[in-house]
Design a protein around this ligand. Structure first.
Ligand SMILES: *[C@@H]1O[C@H](CO)[C@@H](O)[C@H](O)[C@H]1NC(C)=O
Ligand SMILES: *[C@@H]1O[C@H](CO)[C@@H](O)[C@H](O)[C@H]1NC(C)=O
Ligand SMILES: *[C@@H]1O[C@H](CO)[C@@H](O)[C@H](O)[C@H]1NC(C)=O
Ligand SMILES: *[C@@H]1O[C@H](CO)[C@@H](O)[C@H](O)[C@H]1NC(C)=O
Ligand SMILES: *[C@@H]1O[C@H](CO)[C@@H](O)[C@H](O)[C@H]1NC(C)=O
Ligand SMILES: *[C@@H]1O[C@H](CO)[C@@H](O)[C@H](O)[C@H]1NC(C)=O
Length: 477
């Protein structure tokens, strides 16, 4: 009797400890999953709202889901958007605008009520993942610089009080110009006149496990250093080794400007003995249209930059200095902000127009999980290898003549004339015909010299970049 009672008690204890063990294991696994999720680099988008026909919040969120966009950043804490995001898996960074810094930086209770109103009221139904406090304050409103740290501290303390400081990170986005001599990255350092603000800020980020938020624009680096920084390098295009930038101090090879800018931030932090803060790229992008002084703001370059950026992040190859750490990025931006003042490029950074039609299509085939409206299932018709130019010319003549393909862009002087050879012209004309015929069966044959491909020709041949492929050309014009 006594024995069996003991057994029952033992079993009971065993069961109890097992179930609490299982619970602990479960919560540990959950934590691991969450950590894993945090570690997987992502591509998000910024949502600026100077848009004349901005969709209503619920339509906006439906659109984000349709496009498989999982991370967004907004420039305030718009209640309609926060409400509409409720119940979705979309993570959002909300912002304290510069004009609220004074109030929040000078009063703990104002900060606490800001957190109550904009975070506690929505979390976790709305997955607020971070707070960006002010925007490029050190360079755009230097007089507010002393407010940044108090604002960060008081917002952080309010999150601690609600036990949300693990899930929600607080930081402040900087312009790239706070870093001087960024090339080569190993020589980069923070502008010394700002160090008295930056050092305590970095110590705060280190202490709270928060990222250094940087707005990094290879576009401006390229524009300000024309002739020094090759366009290909700014656009992440494959480079011949002799075009790669080599940092003479570290011998690290840089194949693109963004990685160099990120490493410049790491070297600058290292100079201040901060080595455990990761860089989060809160803004990057390329404008698709500009005025006469902005000739590199084209749809082609914007597509190339953003598509290659997305691939670069999903490849998870990190930077030359930190191959183990791939920074997440937020593309600037979701919508063209048509209400912004000149130059023209200011209104043309968006992936989409305000009515949600694409400003241009990205070439992110194979990624699959980001931006539904990519070209994953796109097919093209191109000239096959191994035919002599006479045979191709005959097919080309038929396509542009009786076939009524649109061959205007491959005429001398037009944008797809180069590279000037019959194979490229034939590919252009074949694809034009194929798209015009709605990809009907038999419309990509041309007596056996044409073939269907799912690979964007521009991936193999960047010279074929007039309009990457014909259908986009049509969409663009
Ligand atoms: C805010 O709270 C912190 C920590 O409790 C305290 O050190 C600081 O003096 C307070 N600031 C203001 C402006 O009251
Ligand atoms: C460094 O920062 C100071 C203070 O904001 C500014 O006046 C100066 O122009 C900056 N230096 C450079 C080279 O950008
Ligand atoms: C960083 O550490 C080095 C070596 O310990 C020290 O000499 C230097 O003063 C430190 N710099 C800062 C900004 O703390
Ligand atoms: C994708 O883009 C095409 C062409 O602009 C457009 O007609 C279509 O509605 C878009 N689809 C989605 C899911 O956004
Ligand atoms: C591509 O097309 C196939 C077959 O039509 C379809 O099953 C698949 O879901 C499509 N993929 C994408 C990303 O649209
Ligand atoms: C042919 O293509 C050009 C450039 O894409 C376009 O401007 C023109 O309208 C097109 N012509 C026809 C008849 O579709």
């Amino acid at each position: 009797m006594a024995n069996s009672k003991l057994n029952i008690i033992l079993i009971h204890i065993l069961f109890l400890s097992f179930s609490s063990f299982a619970e602990a294991l479960d919560s540990q696994l959950k934590q691991q999953n969450q950590d894993e999720e945090e570690r997987v680099p992502f591509v998000g988008v910024n949502i600026g709202t100077d848009v004349s026909n901005l969709p209503a919040a619920s339509d906006l969120v439906a659109f984000l889901q349709l496009q498989k966009i999982t991370h967004v950043r907004v420039y305030d804490a718009n209640q309609d958007i926060l409400k509409a995001l409720s119940g979705t898996k979309i993570r959002v960074i909300i912002s304290v605008p510069n004009n609220q810094l004074l109030a929040i930086g000078s009063s703990n209770s104002t900060a606490a009520s800001w957190i109550d109103r904009n975070v506690v009221a929505y979390y976790p139904q709305t997955l607020v993942s971070g707070i960006s406090v002010g925007d490029e304050v050190l360079t755009s409103v230097p007089s507010s610089a002393p407010l940044i740290l108090p604002a960060l501290e008081s917002l952080y303390n309010a999150l601690v009080a609600s036990n949300l400081h693990q899930q929600i990170k607080v930081s402040t986005p900087h312009a790239a110009s706070i870093i001087l001599d960024p090339f080569p990255p190993s020589q980069a350092y923070f502008n010394q006149s700002l160090v008295s603000v930056i050092l305590p800020l970095l110590q705060f980020l280190s202490r709270t496990g928060s990222p250094l938020m940087m707005n990094l624009y290879p576009y401006y680096v390229f524009m300000q250093n024309k002739g020094v920084v090759p366009l290909d390098n700014a656009l992440f295009k494959p480079l011949t080794p002799n075009k790669e930038m080599v940092d003479p101090n570290t011998l690290l090879h840089y194949t693109n400007v963004l990685d160099a800018m990120v490493d410049a931030a790491y070297f600058s932090m290292k100079n201040l003995n901060i080595t455990d803060v990761v860089v989060l790229v809160t803004e990057t992008g390329w404008p698709a249209k500009g005025d006469s002084k902005e000739p590199y703001a084209t749809k082609d370059n914007a597509d190339t930059y953003n598509s290659n950026l997305i691939r670069h992040v999903f490849d998870r190859s990190g930077t030359p200095l930190h191959p183990e750490t791939t920074s997440s990025v937020f593309i600037y931006e979701l919508f063209n902000e048509d209400l912004r003042s000149p130059p023209l490029s200011e209104a043309n950074w968006g992936l989409f127009y305000g009515n949600t039609t694409p400003a241009y299509l990205l070439h992110v085939s194979g990624i699959g999980t980001f931006l539904a409206n990519d070209t994953t299932n796109q097919t093209y018709c191109i000239a096959m290898d191994g035919f002599d130019s006479k045979t191709l010319q005959a097919a080309l003549d038929w396509a542009c003549g009786p076939g009524r393909a649109n061959c205007s862009e491959i005429q001398p002087g037009e944008s797809c004339f180069q590279p000037n050879n019959v194979k490229n012209h034939a590919s252009y004309a074949f694809d034009s015909y194929y798209q015009k015929e709605g990809k009907a069966q038999g419309s990509c044959d041309f007596k056996g010299v044409a073939m269907i491909t799912t690979t964007d020709p521009s991936k193999f041949n960047f010279e074929f970049s007039c309009c990457h492929f014909v259908q986009l050309c049509w969409n663009w014009k």
